[in-house]
Design a protein around this ligand. Structure first.
Ligand SMILES: [Zn+2]
Length: 65
């Protein structure tokens, strides 16, 4: 009994409460792995997958408008 599963469940709840941060993290992790997105200075200039992730983040961030 180490409490490891409980910690993972709490992390999952935290991500569910912050979809914006989760979307941003997905995009950020993609840019670190993707040669194309790593090169560009703006998310809009990245590959299709990178732009998709960035659009999803912007959509959530601007969802209140
Ligand atoms: Zn990419």
């Amino acid at each position: 009994m180490t409490g490891g599963i409980g910690a993972r469940v709490r992390a999952g709840v935290r991500y569910a409460e912050l979809p914006m941060l989760r979307a941003y993290r997905l995009w950020f992790e993609h840019t670190r792995k993707c040669e194309e997105c790593k090169r560009v200075h703006r998310a809009q200039d990245g590959c299709a997958a990178g732009r998709n992730l960035w659009d999803a983040y912007r959509h959530i961030r601007g969802g209140g408008n």
